[in-house]
Structures are given as structure tokens and as C-alpha cells.
Design a binder for this molecule. Structure first.
Ligand code: GLU
Length: 444
């Protein structure tokens, strides 16, 4: 068997969301698990909606996830090859022009449904004579072109879904060329898969009917169909679909929210399997135990809260070197003290700034007396994780303040802010000298 070669084939019409990122991760893991490689193929034939900015965004997203690819291909750059395939299909009598408008086709489908028939294209275009076609063109109509399906059984053993079976006669001859002469994705995809020697196509379940058609096209073009795995689509926590166009849960959003890429890849690799996510394992390590048949047939749901939890786990497990490599300078003592409380690495710099200062203390007039008493009650060092509780209990007993009325003025005096990390963690790091200075209103 030849070397495993897979492709991830996004259309650069938007940024990647978690659903298509999952397809990328599974392709990469499959290739890595089988000693193969992945190609990144930009399905960029849709020039109206696609853009180089989106293509670059997709590359950035994949790199952020830690995925790599052997080379990149562009479908648009291969138009000449696709046109050759069109000519080949025409010569073989497998492509025929059709002149119906979208409204006429819709009308036909409605009539078929009303009669209880499946809405399969009736092949009117196939039986039209040259004169009839010429007359339609004289009306100003332009043809779209359909592939003539063989009315035979189409079967394949899907690596994810098991045995798949379609009747050619139950499918409409697919449109391969639009009225304006541009190609739909269906044919270029097959041509490229053949020419690149793709051995395995791993993609979303929404393509399963395309596969039935593409297997026939592939054979007519003289190719051997690759193996297929159609993965159930990922649903949002509420059961709705994840859509690229709505930008829901896009990787770029997650990235700007400070979610760790290892949390994303671990969750995507585990989603739909019986395994718990393993964010502490590298992608290479995950590939060691990867099985494409380990994924269930039903649509998994993705809970963003799970992503937050895994991401916090990743952050807390980073080493000081990894933190430094991310451009954050922090002492070992501070890192060790702060990391068990971190949710996002991006919070670390803010926390360090609260410890090291300078902080401009905020003391409201109503709180000045309480803050002065609190300063007087500061215990001597050494301080530890219990100091905050002991100290604030003493302040509470002395001033009668409690809850928000106690903690908020202390927080504002110590950090200059009305929100932030747990003061119990910060206090021993700030230390007695700086705490006292801040409580007495001195910036520092
Ligand atoms: N461009 C298609 C998509 O994003 C690719 C499908 C395929 O993998 O063949 O859905």
C-alpha cells in the first residue's frame, strides 16, 4: 500500500471554526499515526466569497493548533487541469448541458414531491436535440452541465460509518459546471485527489452524498477512489450546528480569549470517542493511540466550558521556560505561586504587575478609617496562604465590617482595582512593606 496521504481542504471563505478544525486535527492525526503526511488544499474556486486574507487566517489557525502540512495546493491554480477533466467527461458522454432555470427546477421538484416521488432530476437536458438546445440559447439561456450518473449501486466501506450504500437511480445527476462556466467544488476535488495521490479522505458527514457521486466521477476519470471516513458534525452545547459563517466558536475568537491550543486539539481529538481529553499529551503522542474507527456515529456536542477547564489545566502545567518562550517574564517564585490559580496565561502579566507594582491605591473617604485600622493590624512576616484570612478576620472583629464592605476597600487599596485575582494568593507575594505602603496611600 502506498504512503498515506490525506488532505485538509478548507474553502477560504471564512475563518476556521471548531467543526472544521476537528476535521483538520483528525486528518493530521491519521496521517501521523500511519506514517503519512497531510496536504493543505485551498478549495478556492469560489472567487466571489473567498479571499487571500481568509486563506492566511486559516494557515495561522492551523499553525496555532500545532498542525503542519507537507505542502499547500490551490484549486484555482489548477483550472487548466480541471478543464481537461471537463473535456474528458464530455468526450466520454458523461457531461450534458441543461437549460432549466432555478425556478423551473424548483417547480419540477415540487411537482415530484406532490406526487410522492423523490425529487430526482428528470434528465430533460439529456434528451434535448441540438435544435432544441439552439432554440433555448437563442432565448438567451446558458447551460449548466450535469454529470451523467450510472444507475448502479454505489458502495464503499467507510472507515467511520461502516458500509455505505447508495442507488445511483436515487440521486440527481450532479451539476458540475454553473451557467456562468465556473466549476462547482465536486469535480475539481476529485481531479485533485487523483492527481495528488490522496489515499484517505477524512471529512464531515455533510459530504457523504457527494462521495457517492465523486466515486463514480473518479472511476470515469480513470482514478481509483480513496478510502473515506465521514465524521459526524460537531454540535454546539445547545444542539445547534457550528457554522463558519456565523463566526461561532472560531479559532481566532478562542485564541483572543486566551484559550490554549493544546486544550483545543485535545478536546477535538477526544470528542465523540470514549476517551477523556488529554491536554497534557502532545499531538505526536496522541497520534500513537489514534484510531479513526474509535469515533461514535452520533453528533458529539461541544461545551465551551470544557474548553475553559482544559485550557486552565494546560496553563497550570506550563514550565517557566514555556512561559518565557511566550514572552512573559516572571520569577520562578511568582510563577510557582500564581500558576495554580491561573485560568489564562494572559492574566499572568496583570497579576505580576499587581504584585510588583507600581499600583496607585484607591481609598474612598468612607473607608479611610477602616483601612488605617487594617494597616495597624497587619501581622508580622513571614506570610503564607493563611495570612489573608487571619488578617481580615482581625480587621472584621475590630471594625465590624464584613463581606463586600470589608473586602472591596482592601482590594482597591492594595491593587487600585475593583476586580482581580484572589487576594489570599497575592498578599504574601506583595509582602508586608508594599502592603503597608499601599494601605497608607503611597503608590508602589
Ligand atoms: N471545501 C470543502 C469543505 O470545506 C472540502 C470538502 C472535502 O474535504 O472534500 O467542506
Amino acid at each position: 500500500m502506498s504512503r498515506v496521504l490525506v488532505r485538509f481542504a478548507p474553502s477560504p471563505t471564512g475563518r476556521l471554526h471548531l467543526g472544521n478544525a476537528r476535521v483538520a486535527v483528525l486528518n493530521w492525526l491519521y496521517a501521523r499515526a500511519n506514517g503519512g503526511a497531510m496536504i493543505l488544499r485551498m478549495d478556492d474556486t469560489d472567487t466571489a466569497r473567498g479571499s487571500e486574507e481568509f486563506a492566511q487566517g486559516i494557515r495561522d489557525d492551523l499553525v496555532w493548533l500545532g498542525l503542519d502540512w507537507e505542502r499547500e495546493e490551490s484549486q484555482r491554480a489548477r483550472t487548466a487541469r480541471h478543464i481537461e477533466a471537463v473535456e474528458d467527461l464530455k468526450t466520454k458522454g458523461r457531461l450534458y448541458p441543461c437549460y432549466e432555470t432555478a425556478e423551473e427546477l424548483e417547480y419540477k421538484r415540487r411537482r415530484q414531491r406532490a406526487r410522492g416521488q423523490p425529487p430526482v432530476y428528470d434528465r430533460t437536458g439529456l434528451t434535448q436535440t441540438a435544435e432544441e438546445r439552439a432554440a433555448l440559447e437563442a432565448e438567451g439561456r446558458k447551460p449548466h452541465w450535469r454529470f451523467l450518473l450510472d444507475h448502479e449501486d454505489i458502495t464503499w466501506e467507510d472507515m467511520a460509518r461502516g458500509a455505505c450504500h447508495y442507488r445511483g437511480s436515487h440521486l440527481s445527476d450532479p451539476v458540475l459546471i454553473r451557467e456562468d462556466g465556473t466549476l462547482l467544488y465536486t469535480l475539481p476535488s476529485v481531479v485533485d485527489d487523483i492527481d495528488f495521490g490522496i489515499t484517505h479522505v477524512i471529512r464531515g458527514e455533510d459530504h457523504v452524498v457527494n462521495t457517492a457521486v465523486q466515486i463514480q466521477i473518479c472511476r470515469v476519470l480513470g482514478g481509483e477512489p480513496p478510502a473515506y471516513a465521514h465524521m459526524p458534525l460537531v454540535l454546539a452545547a445547545d444542539g445547534s450546528g457550528l457554522s463558519k459563517r456565523e463566526g461561532s466558536l472560531s479559532l481566532s475568537d478562542l485564541r483572543s480569549q486566551g484559550i490554549e491550543p493544546a486544550a483545543v486539539t485535545a478536546l477535538l481529538a477526544a470528542l465523540g470517542t470514549a476517551e477523556a481529553p488529554h491536554p497534557e499529551r502532545s499531538l505526536d503522542d496522541l497520534a500513537q493511540t489514534f484510531r479513526i474507527d474509535g469515533y461514535g456515529r452520533s453528533a458529539p456536542r461541544l461545551d465551551p466550558a470544557e474548553l475553559d477547564r482544559l485550557s486552565a489545566h494546560v496553563v497550570r502545567g506550563l514550565t517557566l521556560e514555556q512561559v518565557a518562550a511566550r514572552g512573559i517574564s516572571v520569577s520562578e517564585a511568582l510563577w510557582e505561586a500564581l500558576r495554580p490559580n491561573l485560568v489564562k496565561l494572559s492574566d499572568l502579566s496583570d497579576w505580576v504587575a499587581l504584585v510588583d507594582g507600581p499600583v496607585t491605591p484607591v481609598v474612598e473617604a468612607d473607608d479611610a478609617e477602616m483601612i488605617a485600622k487594617a494597616a495597624a493590624l497587619l501581622p508580622p512576616e513571614p506570610w503564607d496562604g493563611d495570612t489573608w484570612k487571619a488578617w481580615t478576620n482581625a480587621v472584621k472583629a475590630e471594625t465590624g465590617r464584613k463581606g463586600k464592605g470589608l473586602f472591596m476597600p482592601l482590594r482597591k487599596a492594595l491593587t487600585g482595582l475593583d476586580h482581580g485575582p484572589e487576594l489570599g494568593v497575592l498578599l504574601p507575594l506583595i509582602g508586608r512593606d508594599r502592603t503597608l505602603a499601599r494601605l497608607t496611600g503611597q503608590p508602589g
